[in-house]
Design a protein around this ligand. Structure first.
Ligand SMILES: CC(C)(COP(=O)(O)OP(=O)(O)OC[C@H]1O[C@@H](n2cnc3c(N)ncnc32)[C@H](O)[C@@H]1OP(=O)(O)O)[C@@H](O)C(=O)NCCC(=O)NCCS
Length: 173
């Protein structure tokens, strides 16, 4: 029987389970994330718990199969100063391998979009140009390409170019 799947914002009480899934994501897909496994593994659980209590401009949604956290997608407004606070970032999108292909990624990103809509005008993301699953997912949810950052990441000596994509809430009909 498939455990009930649900999506909700994470809180500090989810810190240990979030940390475990996050480290798995960074170890398995170093080219997909700006953070590195080593940097994140060195962080304390308290730091992670604080991150999860960041408020509506710095939050992470989790997908649960029963009690188990199996996916995440985050939202952050990196610069809250007057001329920049209309821009948010979609970050940390990841679904555990055993739970992929079941629309969890889509539901997680949709949850971030719904949340972001009431806080920012633009929701931006950066995606490795070779990451076809993530690109297809974001494109199908309405993100459009506005650029490409060459050598955006350096992973084990190799460079990763990233596609810059955006969802413009002001342009929605
Ligand atoms: C990208 C990722 C989050 C997708 O999660 P998922 O739960 O498997 O995705 P879904 O089942 O919700 O699929 C939604 C859409 O994504 C796209 N997609 C998902 N997996 C795909 C694949 N293997 N190949 C091509 N497109 C794929 C499709 O457009 C799919 O829609 P469809 O089923 O109608 O064709 C998951 O593959 C993952 O965690 N990858 C590793 C980490 C990563 O790359 N994160 C993104 C960082 S920018």
């Amino acid at each position: 029987m498939t455990a009930l799947l649900s999506i909700r914002p994470l809180t500090a009480t989810d810190a240990a389970t979030y940390r475990a899934l996050r480290l798995q994501a960074l170890r398995d897909h170093p080219e997909a994330f700006g953070a590195s496994y080593e940097d994140e593994a060195a962080r304390s659980l308290e730091t992670t718990a604080k991150r999860l209590d960041g408020g509506p401009l710095n939050c992470i949604f989790g997908a649960f199969a029963g009690d188990y956290l199996v996916g995440t997608a985050g939202f952050v407004v990196p610069d809250r100063s007057t001329k920049f606070r209309h821009k948010g970032l979609l970050v940390g999108v990841h679904v555990a391998p055993a739970h992929r292909g079941k629309a969890l990624g889509r539901r997680l990103v949709a949850a971030v979009i719904d949340h972001a809509r009431s806080h920012v005008v633009l929701l931006q993301a950066a995606v490795g140009v070779a990451n076809a699953p993530a690109l297809r997912l974001y494109e199908s949810l309405g993100f459009r390409h506005y650029g490409r950052e060459e050598k955006a990441l350096r992973v084990d000596g190799a460079f990763v170019d990233e596609a810059l994509i955006v969802l413009d809430f002001a342009a929605e009909g």
